[in-house]
Write a protein that binds this ligand. Sequence first.
Ligand code: UD1
Ligand code: UDP
Length: 368
Amino acid sequence: MTLLHITGARPNFPKAAPVIAALAELGVRQRLVHTGQHYDDRMSEVFFRELSLPQPDVNLGVGSGSHAQQTAALMIGLEEEILSTEPQLVIVYGDVNSTLAAAIVAAKLGVPLAHVEAGLRSFDMSMPEEINRLVTDALADLLFVTSPDAIAHLAREGVPEGKIHLVGNPMIDTLLAQLHRLNVDQARQNIGVGVDYIVATLHRPGNVDDPQVAADLVAVVHEAAGIADIVLPLHPRGRAVLEALGIGDHPRVHVVEPLGYIDFMSLVRGSLAVITDSGGVQEETTVLGVPCLTLRPNTERPVTISHGTNQLVTTHSLPAALAEQVALRREQPDRLAPPTRIPPLWDGHAGERIAHLIVDWLDDRYAR
Ligand code: UD1
Ligand code: UDP
């Protein structure tokens, strides 16, 4: 009996780590596939060095391309992998192209599929991730959800209740497991900023691909730098456009390479606030109690607003919202204090819940 985990892009790694560890505790044989969707050291290997992730058994080396090129290459590589290893279950994470490709290939080969982080919906079909989520969830046999709203979305799409399991958030398992290693002072000294700084991450196609849209972002980041230093670990996707627009041409904007997990989460933890368009960062700031200003018109993670620190902003509303949050945070006696509320089951044990559900499901299916 072998389980096949499919990873490949940065957000997959902190989600897969606790699931793989919990299944290993239960003595399950597993194989870890890295598709190679992300390949820079700072987008990939650094997570294997820093998190308790085993080295991948195989790297398919798929790399970058248009959606069709990348998804096609992923499907070809994954079909060969699944045919040669004959897993009893394929496990996919999140909403990236590696997730979508593995879901389609597994379903067409008749191999059962588990989706970790199922049921999130932005209802914005201009996001490639929304298409990936819809297709993956339609094909999955086991759907592990991080928040109650996801159950309702899946039910509305006709997914039988018995396939859906509210398990908490494995991304947060990783954060809580690494909390003792976070070192705010070290991380900010590495960058060269004082105790008052803001972290920013920007990589959504809707924000960084079109130079006209990106120009507004650059202007608002420069305006935000009037409030405090900005540390911007720049995702490779937007690098060329944002740098051409002069994102780093402000003395208080510190543009750096993507950071390793420990440095990044350390910086987020000690920050005044975070400006982002990332999915995972909305969740991590909620659990750290750090104000999060999300530069998007919608979020597939509304629980980070209802139970957390997140708010949606536009380039118009960002400066005032940021000034307000920073003023409140400056009054806070202990920036590292945990928040008073977090979403249900975001308690560090999602990986264990998923592992037990998978083992029970396999026993049930293959013992028959
Ligand atoms: C992907 C995911 C997105 C996720 C993000 C997390 C899809 C459709 N999108 O977006 O949901 O939020 O990862 O980081 O799967 N590049 C490098 N080095 C790398 C990887 C990428 O330089 O290691 C550059 C290439 O120019 C590439 C571009 O980034 O064309 C985009 O990479 P890609 O994996 O296609 O999508 P992301 O924007 O990273
Ligand atoms: N992250 C990191 N270094 C960085 C930026 C992000 O370690 O410089 C981590 C962080 O835990 C984040 C995760 O990578 O939640 C996924 O990030 P990304 O924003 O790329 O993906 P998304 O969640 O938007 O799909």
